[in-house]
Design a protein around this ligand. Structure first.
Ligand SMILES: Cc1cc2nc3c(=O)[nH]c(=O)nc-3n(C[C@H](O)[C@H](O)[C@H](O)COP(=O)(O)OP(=O)(O)OC[C@H]3O[C@@H](n4cnc5c(N)ncnc54)[C@H](O)[C@@H]3O)c2cc1C
Length: 453
């Protein structure tokens, strides 16, 4: 039997960030990070690595959490000479549909009222619109620019479909290297004394309502004062080890990378998001073939909005990423996650509506790389960060599709909970105990947009 102060189960971005903020920023000693896998190898390396402060309500909790996280990311980028390649190219939400344009305009009013920066509407000219540089993250606008004149949109984004009638450019947004960020935080945590064990957590022993020890599959039992559940897709299973049922479930999300040798997605582009539902384009022959196979018939039906893409890697590289959740599957996480071999071609066709240059790849895309993982999430798509109803036990998880962008603020918030430091105003929004409030339960019944991409 050994002894330590804190055991964190999970060395994904959540567990690593928790270790970093506890050890480096709060000076907590004797922290053990337990993971049966290599750090960042389960979900945190499958991400699109994008970030944004543009989130819906109710309330400003998500915007405030993301603003804090991006403040921390920017400070870490300065301190590390931007070792994790933070950029600020933004997210560009585009539509070709007049109804969708009205929705875009309406929904774009909310984040500014919650602290995401001002909304600048450009109807006829682009005075005051500052395009995003491909590199760099400082001295750039926040908020968003809504371009409503097609000619203006074409001037700045000539590679988009001529059918686009509105484009919302969200500015405190972009992407970075998750592996590099995680490696940087982990190394700093190691230098501050955090130890790692590669083992599977089998059991958490609880006595008199308090965590006592953890049992690992290498036979070790470790006494502890504080236990942190940062188990990502296994959040629920690890929660059950201390007798706490966490209200989370997992959705399978895939991602395809391919060599865009024809530069259909320009190297300097922001993250590009098609906000329109659509029916995919097929030739008559393809339609007939699909109609004959029952499991492919859905490909002839209307498909959901949200196909998105971005260039990946250095400006002179040629990889691009494509994502489109055209059928969301809720499932018990299994590894490796089940892949859908049709996904790259379907995502490509969905994206071609926005990026016509992609049509050149129909039926002959350079061999794509397909991967994916789970969005482990709560119903309203807000994380769980804070104490659990067992003394000494905490959770940092349900990070859904925003775990990279939220990681720093989530680790910072968890460390404040554990050390008893003053909590930010958004802390209550992420507590497990929020579900005990009848008012919150009622709110859940009428919850609108969850901000999920
Ligand atoms: C396709 C896709 C795209 C995404 N895009 C974005 C994006 O653009 N921006 C963004 O911010 N986020 C994005 N995300 C979400 C983001 O990747 C996740 O929210 C984040 O990685 C979750 O981190 P985590 O540390 O909670 O989980 P994980 O990275 O899964 O880490 C959990 C760790 O816990 C360990 N563990 C679990 N149980 C045990 C046990 N019993 N014993 C020992 N170890 C255990 C596991 O081995 C694992 O290493 C995306 C996710 C996917 C799948």
């Amino acid at each position: 039997m050994t002894e330590t102060n804190v055991v964190i189960c999970g060395a994904g971005i959540a567990g690593i960030s928790a270790a970093y903020f506890l050890a480096v920023r709060q000076g907590v000693r004797d922290i053990l990070l337990v993971d049966e896998r290599d750090p960042l190898s389960l979900t945190s390396d499958k991400s699109t690595e994008c970030y944004r402060n543009w989130w819906p309500g109710p309330g400003d909790a998500m915007v405030a959490l993301m603003n804090r996280s991006i403040d921390l990311l920017e400070a870490l980028a300065v301190e590390s000479n931007n070792t994790f390649h933070l950029n600020r190219r933004g997210y560009l939400y585009v539509t070709a549909d007049p109804t969708q344009k009205i929705k875009l305009l309406r929904s774009a009013q909310e984040p500014p009222s919650l602290g995401a920066g001002e909304l600048r509407i450009h109807e006829k000219h682009d005075h005051g619109y500052l395009p995003s540089p491909p590199e760099g993250y400082q001295n750039l606008p926040d908020g968003a620019d809504l371009l409503l004149e097609p000619a203006l949109i074409r001037r700045h984004f000539p590679y988009l479909s001529a059918s686009v009638i509105a484009a919302l450019h969200v500015r405190r947004a972009g992407w970075f290297s998750a592996q590099q960020l995680g490696a940087y935080l982990l190394e700093k945590a190691r230098l501050a004394g955090v130890k790692r064990i590669q083992a599977r957590l089998l059991e958490v022993r609880v006595q008199h309502g308090r965590v006592q020890s953890v049992l690992l599959d290498n036979g070790q039992e470790i006494n502890l004062r504080t236990f942190v559940n940062a188990a990502g897709p296994f959040l629920k299973t690890v929660g059950q080890m201390i007798g706490v049922e966490l209200p989370v479930y997992s959705e399978l999300h895939l991602k395809a990378a391919f060599k865009d040798t024809l530069r259909a997605i320009p190297r300097q582009a922001p993250l590009l998001i098609w906000t329109d539902p659509q029916v995919l384009e097929w030739t008559q022959e393809e339609r007939e073939l699909l109609a004959d196979v029952p499991e492919y018939q859905y490909l002839l039906e209307p498909m959901p909005a949200g196909a998105h893409a971005r260039p990946e890697g250095a400006i002179d590289a040629d990889m691009a990423l494509m994502l489109w959740e055209y059928h969301t599957e809720i499932m018990e996480p299994t590894f490796p996650p089940p892949m859908d071999e049709q996904y790259p071609e379907i995502a490509l066709r969905g994206l071609a509506r926005m990026l016509p240059g992609l049509r050149q790849y129909f039926g002959r895309m350079p061999r794509p790389r397909l991967d994916g993982g789970y969005y482990t999430r709560t119903a309203e798509n807000r994380p769980l960060i804070g104490p659990l109803p067992v003394e000494g036990a905490y959770v940092i998880g349900a990070l859904s599709g925003f775990g990279l962008m939220a990681a720093c603020a989530a680790g910072d918030l968890l460390a404040a909970h554990i050390t008893g430091k003053p909590l930010p105003h958004y802390a209550p929004a992420f507590l497990l105990e929020r579900y005990q409030s009848a008012e919150y339960q009622q709110l859940l019944n009428t919850w609108g947009d969850t901000g999920q991409l």
